[in-house]
Ligand binder design. Structure first.
Ligand code: I3P
Length: 115
């Protein structure tokens, strides 16, 4: 699964960070969520995430996912926490989009729990 989402990192190793929302191309891989920086301005027709270097990636083993009802003034926000204490918010203006992401990420976390 892959697509464009708004995202911000809100904690690193348990330490709160200042929120800074940005747009990322997000790819759900076997064990992780990988973020790619979107090109500024209109994307060239030739741009694709596979040809660019990931900005960062998040290990989903042992991670926890919740709805972020009190963590943002935005709608449709999910809150992802890793075992290492990194925390992210992911948001889409389309409720169905974020619901699909939540379901897909939970499936990966659950599968990794069973391994
Ligand atoms: C933050 C910015 C974020 C907002 C955050 C603000 O201000 O407006 O968009 O988060 O709210 O602190 P700044 O740009 O000055 O850092 P949301 O959009 O998710 O509400 P918060 O402090 O209540 O988290």
């Amino acid at each position: 699964k892959a697509g464009q989402l708004n995202r911000t990192k809100i904690a690193e190793g348990g330490r709160k960070l200042r929120k800074s929302w940005g747009v990322s191309w997000v790819v759900l891989a076997r064990n992780s969520l990988v973020f790619y920086k979107e090109p500024k301005g209109p994307a060239p027709a030739t741009w694709c995430p596979a040809s660019s270097r990931p900005e960062s990636s998040v290990d989903l083993r042992g991670a926890a996912l919740d709805w972020a009802r009190h963590l943002s003034s935005k709608k449709n926000v999910i809150h992802l926490r890793t075992v290492t204490g990194n925390e992210f918010l992911l948001q889409s203006d389309h409720e169905a989009t974020i619901q699909e992401w939540a379901r897909a990420i939970r499936e990966v976390i659950h599968r990794l729990d069973l391994e």
